[in-house]
Design a protein around this ligand. Sequence first.
Ligand SMILES: N[C@@H](CCC(=O)N[C@@H](CS)C(=O)NCC(=O)O)C(=O)O
Length: 220
Amino acid sequence: MSGAPGLYRLYHYWRSSSSWRVRFGLSLKGLTYEPVAISLLDGSSESAEYLERNPAGFVPVLEIPDQDHRRLTESLAILMYLEDRHPGTAPFLPEDPYLKARCWALAETINAGIQPIQNLPVLHRHSSDPEEQKNWARHFIRKGLEVYETLCTPTRGKFSIGDQPTLADLCLSPQLYNADRYQVDWSDLRNLVEIEQACQGLAAWGESHPDRFKPADFHG
Ligand SMILES: N[C@@H](CCC(=O)N[C@@H](CS)C(=O)NCC(=O)O)C(=O)O
C-alpha cells in the first residue's frame, strides 16, 4: 500500500503510464512505498536536483532507503528489481521460458513500441499544434494496441499470459488509460477489453490508479 514512510520511495507523476506500471507492481506485491509527486508540467522534472535522480528527466524513479538510498530508473528495470527482491508474491513473469519471452514481447510492444513515441517531449518536438500532437499519438497508440491484441491471442487467459497478472498487464492497463486520454477507440479489440476487465478487478489496480494520486489543484 502506498503511504509514508515505506520500504521504498517512488518519484512519480500521477498520470504517467510508466509511473503507474510501478505503482501497480508495488501494490500487486503488497509493498509499502512513499509516493513523491514530480510534476511533468511545471519544470520540476528538469530541475538540477531531479536530474541527479534521473538524467533523462523522466519518472518514475525508485529510491531504496534501506540500501543507502540507491536509486533506479526505467520502470521495467524497477519492476525486475522488485521481482528479484520480493520473489514468490505475485510473480511478474511466468516460469516457462517460452511464456516468459512472450510476456516480455507484450511488455516491450508497449514499453518500446508505443510509450516512447507518444511521450510528451516527442509530441512537442513533432509539432506545436495540439491537434497534430494528438493525431500522432492516436496513430501510434492504436497501431501498437492492434499488435498487442494479435500477439496475446495464443497466450491469454483472464490476463495477457494465462490467468495471473504479469509484467505485460502492468504495462497494458496504464497504456489503455493513455489511449482513453487521447480518445483512441479500442472497444473492438476484444482481448484487450476482457483483459482490462480482469485488471480492473484487482485491488492493486484501484490502489495504484492515477485518480488516487491526482493533485487536488489539478484542473484540465
Ligand atoms: N522508458 C521509461 C520511460 C519513462 C517516461 O517516458 N516517462 C514519462 C512519463 S510516462 C516522462 O517522464 N516524460 C517526461 C515528460 O513528459 O516531460 C520508463 O519506462 O521508465
